[in-house]
Ligand binder design. Sequence first.
Ligand SMILES: Cc1ncc(C[n+]2csc(CCOP(=O)(O)OP(=O)(O)O)c2C)c(N)n1
Length: 282
Amino acid sequence: MEKARELNPSELMHEYLRHKKRFPHLWCSGCGIGTIMGAIIRAIADCELDRDSVVMVSGIGCSSRMPIYVDFNTLHTTHGRPIAFATGIKLARPELEVIVVTGDGDVAAIGGNHLIHACRRNINLTVVCINNNIYGMTGGQASPTTPQGKVATTARYGDFERAFDLCDLTAGAGAVFVARGAVYYARQLEKLVAQAIRKKGFAFVDVISQCPTYYGRFNKFKSPVEMLYWQRDNTVNVKAAPKMKPEELEGKLITGVLADRDYPEFTELYDELIADLAAGRK
Ligand SMILES: Cc1ncc(C[n+]2csc(CCOP(=O)(O)OP(=O)(O)O)c2C)c(N)n1
């Protein structure tokens, strides 16, 4: 990774993408996933991680295709299960940097239970959720983060269920690091992912992303650019929020680091237990 620091942004992308073997990619034009992939690659370079020490794990979905395109150790698993696979990798090889890339359906619907228990367990993983508020890959069904009133294939008159705030959910379940970023703020996102990687313990980054093909079309966004402007106009940085009036914050999503605290890490506790048992202390 020494070399990565000397590369310009475009060379960096070429260095860490499997562009010769795996491109063209399957993402629609205007999708947010590519921007997020760029931010993750830059964050990994910024943390000076060796390519062979990084493992990217995903489930199934458009977002979960990312490990196919990046040149790290990669694992494309089953829908909803990336955190379970990542937990196994981290326990077997705690020295590896394990990054989960997932979608809001993958991590909060079918994989919701794995998510909350990984938070509680505080295992040293970084989870980046590409939150486009819909099931992209399977045709735009409602997900646990579809905002109330918004249209999806399975909610033609608007979804009347309340949406999960994934940052509140993960902070409540015990994650030691929780942050929210957005595709519109790609540079901030890069820094948030780097902070999440550096944090010892379970780190969760919720990324507001856009699916122009389903969410955008169903909900009358004219273009991907309009969806990006929506992100700009409906977010407030956590540092600016305390200076604002409650009515100004109404309906806004807070971006930045939302929780950062310390708690013993699972693989370290596990190693301690093994050492205690081997030494007859337990
Ligand atoms: C066990 C199982 N159930 C359902 C599916 C079908 N399926 C594949 S991807 C997906 C939803 C993906 O949505 P999300 O995780 O939000 O990712 P996105 O495609 O929006 O990036 C579903 C339901 C599956 N592959 N496996």
